[in-house]
Design a binder for this molecule. Structure first.
Ligand SMILES: [Fe+2]
Length: 305
């Protein structure tokens, strides 16, 4: 008992380091285990080319553009002007409750075909758990790994692969506008070697840049990525970059059908914490139980449809 407790503590404490050495990932090893089994036994690989790419590389551009919706609402986005406070490197846009609700409903409708495909891929229901609109500013600490302003060091988000993000460009984004940078899944091993990657504040910033994919594109472009699976960072723009982040969670319907997710203005404040326990479980037992549940659910929805 004493031994196994000690051992599990040791594994937990060191598990990200352990994962990096063995699996080239900086995630709790039980999450890697979950993800590997999910991809093999639950994920449906018979999906369209974009989601196939998502399965293989951990990211994909979606065949949809929402410029018209952004333009319709852009005058309603509010942001505090930065005066002389140079310490502010990231700000959030806000919309009033009604506009926010309508805006998100419209975006959701446009994304619906992609979300349907994702549900088919995950063999499970997929819901939006959070939406943020963000402006990142320029800063001069790009190569200083001791200071991080807005996830601008390479990292993986510490979640299960059932947690994903859709980024929507709120402006045209070129190389100079600090696009999101991603290491495709198949490049991960080379990336860790080339950048001598140890942790988000311990790697060589001048590794082989050809291993990195940059999410440049047009206003309204939508980009799906698995932030727990792929190493990624926010690029540093010359001026600023405006971006919308939609967090999508894979979760069986019976866990969310009673939540207030039809009413978008209440969704994000009230339900975000609830969703966390499904995508960021804190014990090995909980991860195993979740896996079994997703596995059973796959056959349940097959029977239903
Ligand atoms: Fe991240």
């Amino acid at each position: 008992m004493g031994f196994s407790l000690g051992l599990s503590k040791y594994i937990k404490f060191n598990s990200k380091k352990f994962s990096l050495v063995i699996f080239n990932q900086r995630l709790p090893f039980i999450y890697i285990f979950f993800n590997t089994l999910y991809k093999k036994f639950i994920a449906n690989k018979n999906v369209n080319d974009q989601i196939k790419k998502f399965h293989q590389s951990g990211f994909t551009k979606l065949k949809v553009n929402v410029t018209e919706i952004i333009d319709e609402y852009k005058d309603k986005f509010l942001i505090e002007e930065i005066k002389n406070d140079k310490d502010v490197k990231r700000q959030f846009f806000s919309l009033n409750d009604l506009d926010k609700k309508n805006f998100i409903v419209k975006i959701k409708n446009k994304l619906r075909p992609s979300i349907d495909q994702l549900e088919s891929y995950f063999n499970c229901d997929v819901v939006i758990s959070d939406v943020k609109m963000i402006r990142n500013y320029n800063h001069h600490d790009k190569h200083n790994l001791d200071i991080e302003h807005y996830s601008n060091h390479f990292h993986q988000d510490s979640y299960l692969m059932t947690y994903n993000k859709i980024f929507i460009n709120l402006m045209d984004i070129s190389e100079n506008d600090g696009p999101l940078e991603i290491v495709p899944d198949e490049m991960r091993k080379s990336f860790i070697k080339s950048f001598n990657y140890k942790d988000r504040n311990d790697y060589n910033t001048s590794g082989d840049s050809s291993l990195i994919y940059k999410n440049t594109g047009k206003k309204g472009d939508c980009f799906l990525f698995s932030s727990p699976r792929v190493f990624h960072r926010a690029g540093v723009p010359q001026k600023f970059r405006d971006n919308m982040v939609i967090i999508i969670i894979t979760i069986p319907k019976h866990y969310h059908q009673n939540l207030n997710i039809k009413s978008e203005e209440n969704l994000f404040e009230n339900n975000y914490k609830y969703f966390q326990k499904f995508v960021k479980p804190y014990s090995i037992i909980r991860v195993v139980k979740l896996f079994i549940e997703f596995y059973k659910y796959k056959f349940y929805i097959k029977r239903e449809s």
